[in-house]
Design a protein around this ligand. Structure first.
Ligand SMILES: O=P(O)(O)O[C@@H]1C[C@H](O)[C@@H](CO)O1
Length: 355
């Protein structure tokens, strides 16, 4: 897809968002229908698209433009086109999309074909939803995610998690590429996420802002058990069985907005705060998943050691991150497949016995 086409798609989405916002202000529970006769909409339509974007910012980026009914429509669109009924969702991080290669009997939905979906704009994020099977277990996988720095508000970045929920997903596996801050970490290590620090949230930016629809979850969700303890324990056991435990860690991930990599002073501050790895994603998805009562397992591939001293000539770069993903491709495919197997044999088997 050309850059021009990407930009066009992006602006079209933005413009439609402004109109949807207008409709939602009138009735947050009905599916958005563009009412061109509305006074506010008329005014918006008169302006150029750059002004529309400014309007969106001035109104506040906080409204949840995707109603429950709209998410239902997206979920139904997918369910109408495949017989696969996944209970496990997977999100692939930068350079980790090759995970989708091991999905069998797959049915793919490019994001630009799914109604109301944003498009992926980052190298290493293919941009499609893949339904299929991992080791015989039905799953759905985001081969490419949405980041705040792409220009999408957080509620839009994490909207696919709610689609997963309405498709029937109860467990979410989230992966990302991250920079290693813990001095013991090396490029190629895998860090099981035990917790996170939401620096975007500290700045007042959260995917759960805006009108809360209780059908998704509560207004004030707890986050102290966001990363499921028994799944973390199971993943360590699997890592040991695979003989990769020497480079599997457990730690705290911090999200920053990106797209620039961090300054040395920023990294030093994060380390003082107890951060083991830093990245630009995942947290908005985990907040959304936890809000709608999904069990979450997440890990970071440490793609680079963060540059922490002023004398170093090294620089973080996206290409290196993708290369590290390729280096660990085989291990990650196997780890995720085995975690999926564990969830299926334990959590899902138990819940079908005790519905
Ligand atoms: O999507 P993830 O979080 O895996 O991507 C990381 C963070 C930036 O998007 C990119 C930087 O190389 O990789």
């Amino acid at each position: 897809m050309s850059l021009q086409k990407l930009n066009n798609d992006f602006n079209v989405h933005r413009s439609i968002d402004c109109l949807n916002l207008n409709i939602l202000k009138e009735n947050t529970n009905s599916p958005p229908v563009i009412n061109k006769n509305n006074r506010f909409t008329k005014n918006l339509l008169k302006r150029r698209s750059s002004n529309l974007i400014a309007d969106l910012a001035s109104i506040g980026n906080h409204e949840n433009f995707y109603t429950y009914e709209l998410i239902q429509q997206i979920a139904q669109y997918l369910l109408d086109r495949t017989n696969i009924r996944p209970k496990i969702g997977i999100i692939c991080g930068s350079g980790l999309g090759n995970l989708a290669d091991v999905i069998t009997d797959s049915v793919s939905f490019p994001y630009h074909e799914i109604p109301h979906f944003p498009v992926s704009t980052v190298a290493g994020h293919v941009g499609r939803l893949v339904f299929g099977y991992l080791d015989g277990v039905p799953i759905m996988c985001m081969q490419g995610r949405f980041h705040y720095y792409e220009g999408y508000p957080l509620w839009k970045c994490s909207m696919p998690v709610r689609v997963m929920k309405l498709v029937g997903v109860s467990h979410l596996i989230v992966t990302n590429a991250a920079g290693g801050l813990n001095p013991k970490y090396r490029a190629g290590d895998i860090m099981i996420m035990k917790d996170h620090i939401n620096f975007l949230g500290f700045a007042g930016n959260n995917p759960l802002q805006g009108v809360n629809d209780e059908r998704f979850g509560p207004r004030f969700p707890a986050m102290n058990r966001a990363y499921n303890a028994s799944l973390r324990k199971a993943a360590h056991k699997i890592a040991k069985e695979m003989g990769i435990d020497k480079f599997v860690r457990e730690g705290v991930y911090a999200v920053l907005g990106g797209p620039n990599f961090e300054t040395i002073a920023e990294l030093r501050m994060l380390r003082v705060c107890g951060v083991d790895a830093v990245g630009m994603s995942t947290v908005h998805e985990v907040l959304t998943a936890q809000h709608c009562d999904m069990k979450v397992f997440a890990f970071s591939l440490i793609t680079n050691k963060c540059v922490m001293d002023y004398e170093s000539m090294a620089e973080a770069n996206h290409e290196e991150n993708i290369d590290t993903g390729l280096m660990r491709e085989g291990v990650i495919k196997k780890l995720v497949t085995k975690v999926v197997g564990h969830i299926s044999n334990h959590d899902l088997a138990m819940s079908s016995k005790n519905p």
